[in-house]
Design a binder for this molecule. Structure first.
Ligand SMILES: [Zn+2]
Length: 426
């Protein structure tokens, strides 16, 4: 894009940045009650609206314009750095003080690029662009001092957070592809370790605010259960577990969900490991209905008991017989349920059963029989399928017959749950 250094407000072409140091509207606020003529012309005169630079939206690809305003000097400098990187031009600050910023291109002695900005008011931090020419006569470069490890660590923070093991070569290629910039392997290493510090720092801050978060939840949704369990490290309480069951979810579950709860756990991907435990219900439309969740140090019988005790109190479960649980059988879920609610029906996710079954007894025929046995709704049909299994492969039949049918076949489910779910994919 080619732009002449025209001052939009006055229509004049500015030759040098310093000539236009004064903002066109400076000193125009004197006002006064002079003659009517002047008043009239003043009313006609309208302040043009200048675009304000918004860091969140504009920083990735700064498009400078005359009059564009920046919240402060740092924001302007950051925008100039980013412009240099995106354009691949060696733009340098030749003037940089508390009132004025002037940038020129060092790529070529005759390069006409210039950006001059100054404070719009002595008492304000706002900077505005007064002179601008975006034309370059230089050629692109693929190395700039601005693409240092600090910049890399900020610009690629999200990607590093999602994939801390990101390969150095792949990282380099991405910088080249996105910004046409060559960075060294050393810079990438440093960027990754810088990013780690930033990310872990933000996690520390976030964990420290958990107690405020808990209070806020309780205030925003009165009646919610939010419990934080601490472990004492000397005199200092250290976060161990949190349990959240919002009042609205509690009420919704009791009012309109089937008496069935799917429980499951998964790993947290973060510098501080831990596991999330969830309880999910099924509503009248067979839709998923979140009930409660917790973050614990590790999935075990003890953490499941802690979670289920709180859940039982929240869902006002007095009689285990009225409720069905569905889960896989790993990491203490079944012992925890049996300890707390020995009479509750417990289903095991058929997909989990099958994936264990498959490791020893592979084959499509066996798979189809297992799923048929899970889906049939009467005991005689179930027996027919099991007989088929026995004929097909006695070893597979022996494996399956050890798993009580009441845990995984519809034919043996109690009818009161009003739900024939076989999978814990809630
Ligand atoms: Zn240039």
């Amino acid at each position: 894009m080619k732009e002449m250094p025209i001052n939009e407000a006055t229509g004049e072409i500015s030759g040098d940045g310093e000539d236009s140091d004064r903002f066109p509207y400076d000193g125009d606020s004197s006002g006064g009650e002079e003659d009517g003529q002047k008043k009239k012309s003043k009313r006609k005169w309208k302040m043009p609206t200048f675009k304000q630079f918004r860091k969140e939206a504009d920083l990735r690809n700064p498009e400078f314009r005359i009059g564009m305003q920046f919240a402060n000097k740092e924001e302007l400098k950051e925008a100039i750095r980013e412009y240099a990187i995106v354009q691949g031009r060696n733009v340098k600050l030749v003037k940089n003080d508390n009132r004025r910023i002037q940038a020129k291109c060092a790529g070529h002695t005759r390069c006409p690029f210039i950006l001059f900005a100054s404070k719009i008011d002595r008492d304000e931090q706002t900077f505005a662009i007064k002179t601008l020419s975006l034309e370059h006569e230089c050629t692109r470069v693929d190395k700039l001092k601005y693409t240092n490890s600090r910049w890399l660590s900020i610009r690629f923070a999200d990607k590093i957070r999602k994939n801390p093991e990101w390969d150095v070569g792949a990282f380099q290629s991405e910088v080249l592809e996105k910004y046409h910039m060559n960075v060294s392997r050393h810079q990438i290493y440093r960027a990754k370790s810088l990013s780690k510090v930033i990310i872990e720092g933000s996690y520390v801050e976030q964990y420290a605010r958990l107690w405020d978060y808990a209070e806020e939840l309780k205030k925003a949704n009165k009646g919610s259960t939010v419990i934080i369990k601490n472990k004492m490290n000397g005199d200092v309480p250290v976060f161990q577990r949190i349990y959240v069951c919002l009042e609205a979810c509690k009420r919704g579950f009791l009012a309109g969900c089937r008496p069935l709860v799917g429980i499951d756990g998964c790993h947290l991907k973060a510098p501080y490991t831990g596991q999330v435990l969830t309880a999910v219900g099924v509503d009248g439309n067979n839709g998923m209905y979140p009930v409660a969740y917790a973050v614990v140090e590790v999935e075990s019988k003890s953490s499941w008991i802690w979670f289920l005790e709180l859940l039982i109190a929240d869902l006002k479960i007095e009689n285990g017989k009225a409720l069905v649980f569905i889960s896989d059988k790993q990491k203490g879920k079944i012992p925890a349920i049996e300890t707390l609610l020995p009479t509750a029906e417990h289903r095991m996710c058929v997909r989990h059963i099958y994936s264990n079954f498959r490791t020893e007894h592979a084959g499509l025929a066996l798979k189809n029989i297992l799923w048929a046995a899970a889906r049939v709704t009467t005991i005689p049909w179930y027996e027919v399928e099991m007989e088929k299994m026995k004929q097909q492969d006695e070893g597979a039949w022996k494996w399956l017959i050890k798993r009580p049918a009441k845990n995984w076949s519809r034919s043996h489910f109690e009818p009161h749950s009003k739900c024939d779910l076989l999978l814990n994919n809630l």
